[in-house]
Design a protein. Structure first.
Length: 208
């Protein structure tokens, strides 16, 4: 079917933020007293869910809001160091040119998202639902559905993490997994997304 709206995750889906995250995460670990990321195990870590990663690194749930706030502040400071993936510009313009609306649902801030997208691409986004908690995307998805007036099956959610897929499933929204984000594509495929995108240009072809 032809989707009328695509909901994008931001970090790891539109923005190539993993190299930046790996550069700053040790300092965050020191600040909030949790286990540092073992670079030698990075492939294994990228196959895990967010809940498993939090448990493995000894992060108590009560610290998550403070850690998330700090990460948002660092991302704002370093926004010039976080590029978009190649092809995002063409993807956005192609979708809008075909009459498909775009939404962004993320735990990042709207200010950071707009800055990294740049004014031209940011202006192509119809709905922003930013500042989601670590496991709080489901209500954000529902807000986008309400604002758009569309049925869940007319919408495609695109993301790079298992928690994104779980939130989409809880909202009955079809989910397309990207192969270039944080979570390894094999781990995403094991959770049976409706489709897997191997390159950015595949998204426009699927939607149209």
């Amino acid at each position: 079917m032809k989707y009328k709206l695509v909901i994008f995750d931001f970090d790891g889906t539109l923005a190539d933020s993993m190299p930046w995250f790996l550069d700053i995460v040790d300092g965050v670990a020191d600040r909030f007293n949790f286990k540092k990321v073992d670079r030698a195990r990075l492939d294994d870590l990228r196959a895990m869910s967010a809940r498993k990663l939090i448990e493995l690194h000894g992060i108590p749930l009560w610290k998550l809001p403070r850690i998330t706030l700090h990460l948002r502040q660092l991302a704002g400071r370093d926004s010039h160091l976080i590029p978009l993936f190649d092809g995002v510009d063409e993807l956005f313009r192609g979708l809008v040119g075909r009459g498909v609306k775009i939404a962004v649902v993320t735990s990042n801030t709207e200010t950071n998202v707009r800055t990294i997208l740049g004014p031209d691409l940011a202006g192509l986004v119809s709905h922003y639902e930013c500042g989601a908690t670590m496991f709080g995307k489901k209500p954000k998805f529902r807000k986008v559905l309400q604002k758009s007036g569309l049925a869940a099956q007319e919408v495609l959610c695109v993301g790079d993490e298992i928690r994104d897929m779980d939130a989409a499933a809880a909202s009955n929204i079809p989910f397309g997994a990207v192969s270039w984000g944080f979570t390894r594509v094999e781990a995403l495929e094991a959770h049976a997304p409706c489709t897997v995108f191997r390159q950015v240009s595949d998204i426009a072809e699927c939607v149209a």
